[in-house]
Ligand binder design. Structure first.
Ligand SMILES: [Zn+2]
Length: 250
């Protein structure tokens, strides 16, 4: 089994909104590729390819809220998969941490995948009031894929290697993913914690349920063993220059 992290563009926005300090910051929009003997799974799927166009109406709408995107043509889900020699048509699962557009946006590029999502999150996505409060946009996730709604922990391949771990609060049914091999675990935290500073500061986004986020983050931290690697949702320090360079090219 192999695990890859891919960066699908960058956000540029005031630091406070991301639980960071300083002025404006650039943060990566990652997604992950898991090659398992029983199929390819993605954890999240980045931004929609349309956002690579500076004239894209949704991209321009975000700019009015002081959220800018840089997103080069080499950073789409399709291009990342092709570089890994994976035909997007053979992606079997997309596990969605949650229904924000920067996690669901690439779904249109993996037409044959089954979406695996917490039932609570999927339900929230179709409740107009809750979806509006948490910014869950159906146009990016409601594309007709088969959807497997799960309740609580879920063992994706049935062998303990890839496990969905509920971590609600950022959105009502947010989940993280534990990827396990003989060397130890990777915990793909998703937006249950944007970056390593938030582990201490607990400076969570304004729209989220802070008490639920505290519980979820405590729960994820308690799963750590000495070998465990935690990968946070949008942490520039974990991706280094590789995360910054694409934004300079865009
Ligand atoms: Zn989010």
């Amino acid at each position: 089994m192999r695990l890859f992290g891919c960066v699908c563009g960058q956000f540029h926005s005031p630091a406070e909104g991301l639980g960071m300090t300083g002025g404006r910051v650039a943060v990566p929009v990652p997604f992950y590729v898991i090659e398992h003997p029983d199929g390819v799974a993605l954890f999240d799927c980045g931004l929609p390819a349309s956002m690579g166009d500076p004239q894209d109406p949704f991209r321009q709408a975000l700019q009015t809220q002081d959220l800018d995107v840089t997103f080069g043509p080499e950073e789409t889900v399709t291009r990342h998969l092709e570089r890994l020699d994976i035909d997007p048509a053979r992606v079997r699962y997309v596990v969605l941490s949650h229904l924000h557009f920067d996690h669901t946006g690439g779904l249109h590029q993996v037409p044959n995948a089954t979406v695996v999502v917490q039932r609570q999150e999927w339900t929230a996505g179709f409740d107009d009031d809750v979806a509006a409060r948490y910014f869950l946009r159906k146009s990016f996730f409601n594309l007709g894929h088969p959807v497997q709604q799960v309740d609580g922990e879920h063992d994706l391949f049935g062998d303990g290697s890839v496990t969905c771990i509920p971590s609600p609060g950022h959105t009502p049914g947010h989940q993280s993913l534990r990827v396990r091999n003989s060397q130890g675990d990777h915990i793909l935290v998703g937006d249950a914690c944007y970056n390593s500073q938030v582990v201490e500061s607990r400076n969570f986004p304004a729209f989220s349920d802070h008490s639920a986020m505290n519980r979820s983050l405590d729960n994820l931290l308690a799963l750590r063993e000495p070998q465990t690697v935690m990968i946070f949702g949008h942490d520039p320090s974990q991706w280094g220059a590789a995360a910054v360079l694409p934004s300079l090219r865009a």
